[in-house]
Design a protein around this ligand. Sequence first.
Ligand code: NAD
Length: 498
Amino acid sequence: MKQAMDQNLIDSLRNQPVAAQQLLIDGKLQFAQSGQQLPVVSPIDGKVFTSIALADASDVDLAVRAARKAFDSGRWSRMAPAERKKILHRIADKIEAHHAELAVLGVRDNGTEIAMAWKAEPGSAAATFRYYAECVDKINGEITPTPEGTLGLVHREPVGVVAAVVPWNFPLMIGSWKIAPALAAGNSVVLKPSEDASLSLLRLAQLCLDAGLPEGVLNVVTGSGAEAGDALSRHMDVDILTFTGSGPVGRRLLMASAQSNLKRVYLELGGKSPNIVFDDAPDLAHAAKVSAMGIYRNSGQVCVAGTRILVQRSVHEEFVDRLQKIATGLRIGDPLDVTTEIGAVSSARQLAKNLEAVETAVNEGARLRAGGQVLHPIQGGSYMAPTLFDAVTPQMTLAREEVFGPVLAVMPFETEAEALQLANDSVYGLASAVWTGSLSRAHRMVRSIKAGVVHVNTYGGADVTVPLGGMKQSGNGHDKSMHAIDKYQDLKTAWLQL
Ligand code: NAD
């Protein structure tokens, strides 16, 4: 049964004690062999409220062995598809039954405003497991058109052991985008959550076991990227590494693959996504509201955030004024209050990075129109005012580098051709948007913008039915949709002489 968002329910969970967390290997909870734990600090108030196990290469090896053993046993990889489907649906049921618990735990860990986390975290995770549950028994092999006397068959097979390394923003949603299709395809998984947000994924893994997922099919190793993540990326018995995170780490993973067993590496990386507002946009007030939330929600910690707003000169002043009003009027505060519009920045470290980006933008001559400073709605927490710069030029750092914070760059343009040139002037190609009343222009822009998604007259919100993936340095491969299944399967040909 789905739970409705309710302040009393949230308040009853906000201070629940959380025991020291362990790794999940072969269906059993266990501390790291070294016994080391990492304190978990909540960005809501800067207080330590639990700890996670710090896995090293020896723990990672145990997890990969468990995943391989489960795969080879066939207890999941060769289970009848209709049975696998039932278990994936039961996982979705469990997520829905524990919706509030998962949402609150995640928010205590990473500070996302609950109104957003409620939908985007357990809400998306349950929808994702249901979607891939339904795929399991609907993906067929092929009989190819061969000459008389021969038969060509194409089988789809699970690949083996999938390592999934995920970031701290939307861990439950992004984790599920990887775990659910990998499991649906029949693989075993070793999951490495971010050291900054592991709790909701650890709980999800327990719920998977409770739902009947066989032991060893999903293992979780928590700990640092440099140690546990690196060990996974170099492991000789991991077949696929599926990653969401930053570009520099993505590069390391490609190198680790080349230096180990040439495992497949799928990368979902960062962006500097252009959001283009033409003067024929149907409703500028609406465009400003949606565009502002397209950057400021979750304190800008959204991979597809529209961080560069390009506005046609004739409506530029009006649009920036609207953005400024919205940015300065947002309710920033307790992430566990259902009326809060913007919660905490995920960590003090990320907050410091955001402030550095503000300083650089000011030094390079961008004009600060809103925010730029730290806020203190809760003592000890990490909060930042929604920040708006205009007069940003294409050479400025703010126009080129991802901040991953609530810092927006506005740039004017004159013509459609100039908008397109500015939009594509980036090493990234993750997301984008166009606001226009012209259907022809909308389609022209959809064809010409180099990005994995082009929104038209909206920003964000694309559901599990459509793929998400980057072009250029935003990555390769796609999460979500039926296309994600392809990443986790091998094609095998049978060629028969009849
Ligand atoms: P990050 O790259 O620092 O960390 C991501 C994960 O990689 C974490 O689990 C971390 O522990 C692990 N890691 C770090 N160093 C590693 C190493 N040497 N070897 C193996 N694993 C390692 O990213 P982050 O700060 O957690 O997340 C923010 C970044 O993620 C941003 O760049 C953002 O744009 C990107 N992101 C992209 C998408 C997308 O779908 N394209 C979605 C969300 C976030």
